[in-house]
Design a protein around this ligand. Sequence first.
Ligand SMILES: Nc1ncnc2c1ncn2[C@@H]1O[C@H](COP(=O)(O)OP(=O)(O)O)[C@@H](O)[C@H]1O
Ligand SMILES: [Mg+2]
Length: 393
Amino acid sequence: MSETTTPTNDPTTPARQVSGVSIRLDGVTKRYPGQDRPAVDEVSLEIPAGETVMFVGPSGCGKTTLLKMLNRLIEPTGGTIHLGDEDVTRQDPDQLRRRIGYVIQAGGLFPHMTVGTNVGMVPRMLGWDKERVTARIDELLDLVGLDPEVYRDRYPKELSGGQQQRVGVARALAADPPVLLMDEPFGAVDPITRQRLQDELLRIQEELGKTIVFVTHDFDEAVKLGDKIVVFDVGARVVQYDTPEAILADPAEEYVADFIGAGATLKQLTLTRVNSLELRPVTTASVGDDAAEALARARAAGDEYLVVLDRRGRPISWPTTAEVSRMQQIPATVDEKLPVVGLGSTLNDALDTMLAASQGGAVVLGRRDGLAGIVSIETIMAAIQRARSEVAG
Ligand SMILES: Nc1ncnc2c1ncn2[C@@H]1O[C@H](COP(=O)(O)OP(=O)(O)O)[C@@H](O)[C@H]1O
Ligand SMILES: [Mg+2]
């Protein structure tokens, strides 16, 4: 079952399925006891169903307070919040929270519970029967790129930071809530892991179409993940609310321009995605395949290496033909250094990944972490040259 893959970077993106609901804030205010200025001062904002809206702004400007009022972890002192047609302040907070997934830094997992128990918590609270909960746990672990067989019964401390964060996302999605709130979820992981988690989120969102509100202090992250960005100042004053493209092209105030940083033209590169590039097909082989047969196919295709897929169709290594010629069977060895990017990765991400791996190309993952093709450093450099000349012109 091995064949040459066809690139799946079809530029005509299908209309995204929407399962989220809109969120409307009217004059929302939070005044903490003993503070002379409200932390959140009469904020009005409309977040469309199925979109990812990023909250950015300086530390202490009220982003977390605003986010926590959406699921009533913090009670507003004024104003109204609607989820779809429903007034949030009139709902039972516990019931409300089951309809809103919440992801925080480091996943916020319960350390004494297994991964499976963590993920299945809300469905169990909702009274789902055991079989349905078990099936849901496996489905979600699969969705966030963790093999259920391997990870279901592990404890959080047995996972890397990035894996814990994936479990955190799986848990937040468990009861299929229409809304996902994320407060600097990827702040505590290394840059390469963060990039992978961002790619995963883009892929998951492509599939699910939730309404996502995502707090970050990283403007690049906001540009990469956001359909829209809200730039806040103190008191959660909305300085600008627009698409990443519009904010980069025309920052509303000097303050926004400062926040974006000096390299705003280069930031345009963050807007260009791997899915806009031409991907190369590559010969693939599955674990356990006969090496001589795989080698013959790679040579026939003129490939100098081939990509090994695990039993779930996910790329795990890319041995050269010279290496394969010394093998009997295609091994299950996972190359931890395999440079991997998603279709939603930015050109900056892809370059970083290749540089970190000292490789002139990267494996591109598509749906469910399947192989979409190969992107080479030359293709990326050419695209960057084009973007630069467009920005300059
Ligand atoms: N529980 C609290 N009690 C009093 N003041 C708080 C509390 N939580 C946050 N604040 C204050 O409210 C403001 C907004 O905080 P926060 O929402 O955490 O901002 P951000 O997430 O943007 O960094 C800050 O001035 C902070 O000190
Ligand atoms: Mg905060």
